[in-house]
Every structure is written in structure tokens, then in C-alpha cells.
Design a binder for this molecule. Sequence first.
Ligand code: GAR
Length: 211
Amino acid sequence: RKKTAILISGRGSNMGALISAALNKDYPAEIALVVSNVPGAKGLERVAEFGIKTAVIDHKAFAGDREGFEKALHAELLDNNIELVALAGFMRLLTPFFVNAWSGRLINIHPALLPAFKGLATHERALEEGVKLHGATVHFVSAEMDDGPIIIQGAVPVLDTDTAETLGARVLGVEHAIYPKALELVASGKAKITGGRVKSGGSENDTGQLV
Ligand code: GAR
């Protein structure tokens, strides 16, 4: 099983979905470490009961020195023999130093159907644009924000009655379904980057079927 670290900044519901999936001994990834860049992040409270090691590396302690922060993070991952890194609501931009060090072993979940709606407030912007399908994407991380080869996408309908909250909740359900599947594909070596694209990735509709 691939030793995997999850990086969080907040609530940690996607982290919870990955931890749950990895409780199955046949799952190809083992969650060995959870790192938060925010002291007191809600998600950290959920980890204790699973006996998973946690670490806090507060970016504020590095006062604008992004690479200093990332070197500390990198050292923590190496100290724990981590092989794969999954960003789950980790709200720091990563520099080429870190992204290159973990190239092909670093994945992220974003609450939109990339390349649409990179950045923040994705559900608000999806409603403003009037898109009829919205969703979530798991991708390998490249040095550009919310960019990199796509592993799995999941789509949901946008309803006339939706608010950002109701739409966000529907998308979150898809996030919790696709992230464990994406980590499984990466940890088992089934999803690999070939020519800038991922072969053997997938997509999922809101019935929960991988299609
Ligand atoms: C999730 O919706 C995730 O997709 C998003 O933050 C939320 C974290 O929730 N990530 C991003 O916006 C990254 N660009 P969680 O802490 O409950 O998993």
C-alpha cells in the first residue's frame, strides 16, 4: 500500500472520504499522515480516532517565504516515508519547487469541471454563468493553479432553484465519491500521465456510476 499524506486547511470532509476508503485493507493507499497549514483546522479533530499521525506546519510562521514553508512540508513528508500526496481543501498555492519534487505523485480535488472555474467561489460563478452541468475534478497538480492532467471528473445538474449552498452540497457529494476512486487509480498505478493526459481515468455521473 502506498504511504499517502493528505494536506488540509479546513473542514476535511474530502480527507474523511479518503480515510474511510483506505480503512479497507485491499485499498492500494494507506493514509499515513495528515498535515494542516492552519493550526486548529476542523479536519484535524476527525483524524485522532483513526490513529493517523497529524502535523501542523503554519505558513504564517514563514512570513512570505513560500519556499521555506514548502521545504518544511517536504521534510515532514520525507521523514514519514510518504510516497503520494493528496490535497484536500488545502488552500495554499504551491511553487514549482514543491510541485516538481512531487511530480506525478501529487493530486488535488477542485470543486468545478476544470478547466472551467479555476480559483475560488466556483459555485457562485457557475450559477452566474448559467451552466447546466457543474461538478468536481481530481487532477495531478502542475505549477499552474488548478491545472494539470485530469484523473476523474464527476458532474451534477444545476437546477433553477439552486443557490451556491445547494449546488455546493450536490458537488460535495460527488467529490466524496470521486476522490477515493482517483486515489485508488493513482496508488495502483492504473492512472498515469501519458503525453500530458491521464489514460485510464474516468468520469462519474450523479448516480454514482463510473462511466
Ligand atoms: C472542497 O470543496 C474542495 O474541492 C475545495 O475546498 C473544499 C474543501 O472541503 N478545494 C478547493 O477549492 C481547492 N482549489 P473539505 O475540507 O471539507 O474537503
